[in-house]
Write a protein that binds this ligand. Structure first.
Ligand code: ZN
Length: 145
């Protein structure tokens, strides 16, 4: 097979994998898009970064501010949507949140129950439900914090 044909085949496979990843995560991304829309109507700004939609100003969402475990809300990932307090926060947490995007691509809708189960397991063992959650540990290892 000529190298250009191999290259075209690799590109087609990569696009297929990306399409499947987006489809697998689509239900969660849809939730993120609804929250993004509400935030945008409240004055937030959105822009594409690599393959994710980042929304700055999402802290204006009343629902986000009410969640007690994210009182100090910085950023949260919902599928391929990252909602953040502001541009600086999104830049600071970008690599971390992109790990969560990949975790969503790996687990799809299962990510939420797995994340909650991992937090619950940590809490039951007397550990921190957020900091000791293996999904957060993976994200921190990648973001360098
Ligand atoms: Zn995280």
């Amino acid at each position: 097979m000529p190298s250009s044909a191999r290259q075209a085949e690799r590109t087609a496979r990569r696009r297929l994998r990306r399409g499947l990843a987006y489809a697998w995560v689509a239900p969660v991304t849809l939730v993120g898009l609804v929250l993004a829309l509400v935030a945008l109507l409240g004055g937030a700004r959105a822009h594409w970064v690599e393959a994710q939609l980042e929304v700055a100003g999402a802290h204006r969402l009343r629902a986000v501010g009410r969640w007690p475990h994210i009182r100090h809300f910085g950023a949260i990932t919902l599928g391929h949507v990252i909602l953040g307090r502001d541009d600086a926060t999104l830049r600071r947490w970008r690599r971390h949140e992109q790990v969560h995007v990949r975790q969503y691509e790996r687990w799809g809708l299962l990510f939420w129950p797995l994340y909650l189960a991992a937090s619950g397991w940590c809490w039951l063992r007397g550990r921190d439900a957020y900091l000791d959650n293996p999904f957060e540990i993976e994200a921190r290892q990648t973001d360098g914090s």
